[in-house]
Design a protein around this ligand. Structure first.
Ligand code: ATP
Ligand code: MG
Length: 190
């Protein structure tokens, strides 16, 4: 199985679709947000550093993030393919990912971009706040995360376009439609 990068704004469904893809194709899954939240929960040094950025809606510095990503990738079984959820979020991270994979004889595979209107995203995240109580799911921090996404992460879509691996899926109201379109693209790419 080839690697997959899942890309989109906060609340676009990266984690949700990753879980579906992992269940169907039996791949590895790296969610950098989940890795960081687990470090915070365990009270590690890394968790302490990460908390300040996350609670403020900002990105963790690239160098730190790239290091965490490589370690997490190397801990997964080889040859099954990995879905990258929440990474890369900057051009520097994307370049580092490409290099890190090439050093191991692997490549980025395909990129799946999720496009969802901001009003829909806000409603989803406020709803998730009630269900999961994530510290960064409050209106003020969500707005900061949208700004960070627009300024630092969204421009990366063009970078993937140039790499020739961008596949865009736009939310029109039905998860089943999104899923069948995504699965069809993965099957075509396999
Ligand atoms: P969702 O999980 O709903 O898609 P999200 O993309 O905002 O929303 P996570 O991916 O869980 O959520 O990330 C939460 C926070 O963790 C980010 O706002 C950021 O502070 C930090 N983070 C996660 N991945 C990265 C990364 N690749 N680079 C820098 N910071 C990151
Ligand atoms: Mg997530």
């Amino acid at each position: 199985m080839k690697n997959i990068i899942i890309f989109g704004a906060p609340g676009s469904g990266k984690g949700t679709y990753s879980d579906e893809i992992v269940a169907k194709y039996n791949m590895g899954h790296i969610s950098t947000g989940d890795v960081l939240r687990s470090e915070i929960k365990n009270g590690t040094e890394l968790g302490k550093i990460a908390k300040g950025y996350i609670d403020n809606g900002q990105l963790i510095p690239d160098e730190l993030m790239i290091d965490i990503l490589a370690k997490t990738y190397d801990a997964l079984p080889k040859g099954q393919g990995v879905i990258f959820d929440g990474f890369p979020r900057t051009i520097a991270q994307a370049e580092a990912l490409k290099t890190m994979l090439a050093e191991r004889g692997d490549d980025m595979g395909m990129m799946i971009e999720l496009v969802v209107d901001e009003e829909v995203l806000m409603a989803r995240l406020l709803n998730r706040a009630k269900e999961q109580g994530r510290a960064d799911d409050n209106e003020e921090t969500i707005k900061k995360r949208f700004d960070v996404y627009r300024n630092q992460t969204a421009p990366l879509a063009e970078w993937f376009e140039k790499e020739g691996i961008r596949n865009t899926f736009t939310w029109t109201g039905a998860k089943e439609t999104m899923l069948s379109n995504i699965f069809a693209a993965i099957d075509k790419n396999a």
